[in-house]
Design a protein around this ligand. Structure first.
Ligand code: BGC
Length: 751
């Protein structure tokens, strides 16, 4: 019923001919040199060779279409051996080398935590290490183009794909996406950044029309892309499924030609999302360079129809050359062109790579609440605890992961894996747990205690066991997936009621949340300790145990606001969900005419404009459950002697002191706004600082100028108005205990 809804058939073409990327002389260079080299290669190509490079196979549906070996994954483009152009094999790779629904039987990979957890580290080094690890595994598995770098801003807490991107703030998301991409590409393979732009909800993602004004768009979602592209230099940009202000994202001249290629001078290639192409002439002339997953489009727009359009002069020869040259530029500049992947897959060092996943999880788990019960804080778990009861969440065997194209089949396998009966993701997602048992890890970490687990299904037994324990830890889960939004921010399957009852029976109850993003917590007043573990990845069980027991001092900070109730965010529910559900019900009731029930395009008005997330809460005077930037630890930090300077740029310099008794990391944050502008404050700088007890460090945060500025379409460009600016040195987006002012001079910057 919806285009792009795909079932993966699996299988590798038999008797295939393997052509690993043939090397040519010369090394990768900067983009100008890369472009000159690419142009020289294009000049030697026939038209057929050029056309062959601007549309890509979707291997699960492309058996027999190439003589090369077809590895079942997201994409394949044949080599041109006579010119040294390598075979391209594309894999999804947001959280690890993906292997959705185990289309390559037995091919495991290291699974990082969700990207949202990585964002919660506020640490570009961790993002970079994750990307570098994934890239190395991908190369070993013979992939050389990775579909990574998800940087769509989270505009809605119910977005099914929040776990795959980096939260609601353009500076944080841009910095971390850039670092992740640079990490991937440090392996001399290519990475994308995606999904350009405004693929901000999953409901109706193939038809929805995202509406927003230009200045607001430049100051929010586009700023995240802009920063990430500057930092990470991705070889390719993947344009999105949805429409933007009335045009399909993959044929929007404004986005592709004006913003990306002209204003940002982007040298690489634009590839479409899988099933996101709707035309030949319009798309090619608007700046789309390559059609991905061609079997998923209505027709292969960039093959026969492109030849016809060239013949008629509707698309120029120059444009075709540019499309191909951009593809080659991306491959050359990233190093993929000159560094062939191994001829045969190599087994990566999984044990070492698991450490990368664990370090990320330990840095991004957020301690949301920790209050005293009968003496000290509930966490870390007291050494005196003798009987610890874990409840629910399959915590005996593993930790939850998010669904969709990013799904990694992790090392250790999937102890729980459930197919779906319905929903947009049913064809390519299963509810999957990684084999990392919190129960086993806690038993190891608490050798003196009796640690047991119950699934929580029998309320009477669970409450009796809870009363008999010294401490209860409830593992609460919310599975989210690409292609479906979450219709309700409450925890599913009556888990709220279970938590409330357990907490009433046992005051020493902690909750560990494994969720795609924010959830409501009607039981919060009754539960003294709550940990947001997101989807913690392949070593999540160990990371959770280390945080709960204090071996690791929690230091994650929320990259996204947790609303107090569903009415607080700009849209309480996914737009279009009611219509979609109605059509699905009608199609199910009338299977003979099911394809007649098609969801038509519908608008989503992004009324919050650039005031996404925490800015919306400030603008509307709303008090969230937990603000953006919030996170506790087992020590305390003080900020001393802040000095704010203005002039050409805003800085705040201060001392951070660890005033507690254990080592830990803190994330001081700088928020700014122009006095009298009425605009909410924006995150303009942050830094993660690790300090021993008593240690003092002087830190200087310099505001990102485009965050201080507003975008002025009449310039066009960024404009900082002269005047007084408020600067908050803060622990989270709602903290206004340390506010100073400084005067800035006027300044304009190019778009
Ligand atoms: C997703 C992309 C992904 C692509 C290839 C699409 O459905 O939106 O993020 O890279 O599929 O699997």
């Amino acid at each position: 019923m919806r285009r792009g809804l795909r079932a993966i058939a699996g299988g590798v073409a038999a008797g295939a001919l393997a052509i690993a990327g043939a090397a040519t002389a010369g090394q990768a260079d900067g983009s100008a040199g890369a472009r000159a080299r690419a142009d020289a290669i294009v000049a030697r190509m026939t038209r057929d060779e050029k056309i062959a490079l601007v549309h890509a196979l979707f291997p699960p549906m492309a058996k027999g279409k190439t003589r090369e070996e077809l590895v079942s994954a997201a994409g394949h483009i044949d080599a041109i051996p006579r010119l040294g152009v390598p075979t391209v094999r594309e894999s999804d790779a947001s959280l690890g080398v993906a292997n959705q629904v185990e289309q390559r039987p037995g091919d495991v990979a290291t699974a990082l935590p969700s990207s949202l957890l990585t964002a919660a580290t506020f640490d570009p080094d961790i993002a970079r290490a994750g990307g570098a690890m994934i890239g190395s595994e991908a190369r070993a598995k013979r992939f050389n183009v990775l579909l990574a770098g998800g940087v769509n801003l989270t505009r809605d807490p119910w977005n099914g794909r929040n776990f795959e991107s980096l939260g609601e703030d353009p500076l944080l998301a841009g910095e971390l996406a850039g670092a992740h991409i640079a990490g991937v590409q440090s392996n001399r393979i290519a990475s994308t950044i995606k999904h350009f732009a405004l693929n901000s909800q999953e409901t109706g993602r193939m038809v929805a029309d995202a509406r927003i004004g230009e200045a607001d768009l430049r100051m929010s979602d586009l700023l995240a892309f802009q920063i990430a592209i500057e930092k990470g230099r991705p070889a390719s940009v993947m344009c999105a499924y949805n429409q933007v202000n009335g045009d399909w994202a993959c044929e929007t001249d404004f986005l592709l030609n004006t913003v990306l290629k002209r204003d940002w001078n982007y040298p690489g290639w634009v590839m479409s999302d899988w099933g996101a192409v709707h035309s030949t002439v319009k798309a090619a002339n608007a700046g789309l360079d390559q059609e991905s997953g061609q079997e998923l489009d209505e027709e292969v727009f960039f093959d026969g129809p492109l030849r016809a359009a060239l013949d008629k002069g509707q698309v120029s020869q120059r444009r075709l050359d540019d499309m191909v040259a951009r593809y080659l530029t991306g491959l050359i500049a990233s190093g993929a062109y000159d560094a062939p992947v191994p001829a045969k897959a190599v087994t990566p060092p999984y044990a070492r790579n698991a450490e990368v996943a664990q370090r990320a999880a330990e840095a991004g788990i957020v301690l949301l609440k920790n209050t005293p019960v009968g003496g000290g804080d509930l966490l870390p778990v007291a050494r005196t605890a003798k009987k610890v009861l874990l409840v629910g969440g399959n915590a005996d065997v593993g930790v939850l992961s998010g669904g969709g194209s990013s799904q990694v089949r992790s090392v250790g396998g999937a102890p729980v894996e459930m197919p779906l009966a319905w929903g947009g993701s049913a064809g390519f997602a299963r509810v999957t747990y990684h084999a990392s048992s919190p129960l086993q890890a806690l038993r190891k970490a608490l050798p003196g205690a009796q640690v047991s687990w119950t699934d929580g299904r029998s309320l009477t037994d669970t409450l009796a066991a809870a009363k008999a324990a010294d401490l209860v830890i409830v593992f609460a889960t919310q599975w989210t997936t690409e292609a479906d939004d979450v219709p309700d921010l409450r925890l599913p399957n009556h888990q709220d009621a279970l938590i409330a009852q357990v907490a009433a029976a046992q005051p020493k109850t902690a909750v560990v949340l494994e969720t795609g993003g924010p959830v409501l917590m009607p039981w919060l007043d009754k539960v003294p300790a709550v940990l947001a573990a997101w989807y913690p990845g392949q070593r999540g069980g160990e990371a959770i145990a280390n945080v709960l027991t204090g071996r690791v001092n929690p230091s994650g900070r929320l990259p996204i606001t947790f609303p107090a109730d569903a009415s607080q965010p700009p849209r309480p529910r996914p737009v279009g969900l009611d219509t979609l559900s109605g059509l699905e019900a009608a199609a199910a009731a009338d299977p003979a005419r099911a394809s007649g029930f098609v969801l038509k395009s519908f608008p989503i008005d992004y009324v919050e404009g650039a005031d996404v997330g925490y800015r919306w809460y400030e603008k509307k005077g709303l008090k969230p459950l937990f603000p953006f930037g919030h996170g506790l630890g087992y020590t305390r930090f003080a900020y001393r002697n802040p000095v704010v300077t203005g002039g050409d740029r805003l800085t705040v310099s201060f001392e951070v002191v660890n005033t507690g008794r254990v080592a830990g990391a803190d994330v001081p944050q700088m928020y700014v706004s122009r006095e009298g502008s009425g605009a909410p404050m924006r995150l303009a700088g942050f830094s993660r600082v690790t300090l021993k007890p008593g240690e003092v460090r002087r830190v200087t945060l310099t505001a990102e100028p485009r965050v201080v500025a507003d975008y002025d379409t009449s310039l066009p460009g960024w404009r900082i108005k002269a005047g007084t600016y408020r600067v908050a040195l803060a622990r989270d987006a709602a903290d206004r205990t340390m506010v100073s002012t400084a005067v800035l001079t006027a300044k304009t910057m190019r778009p």
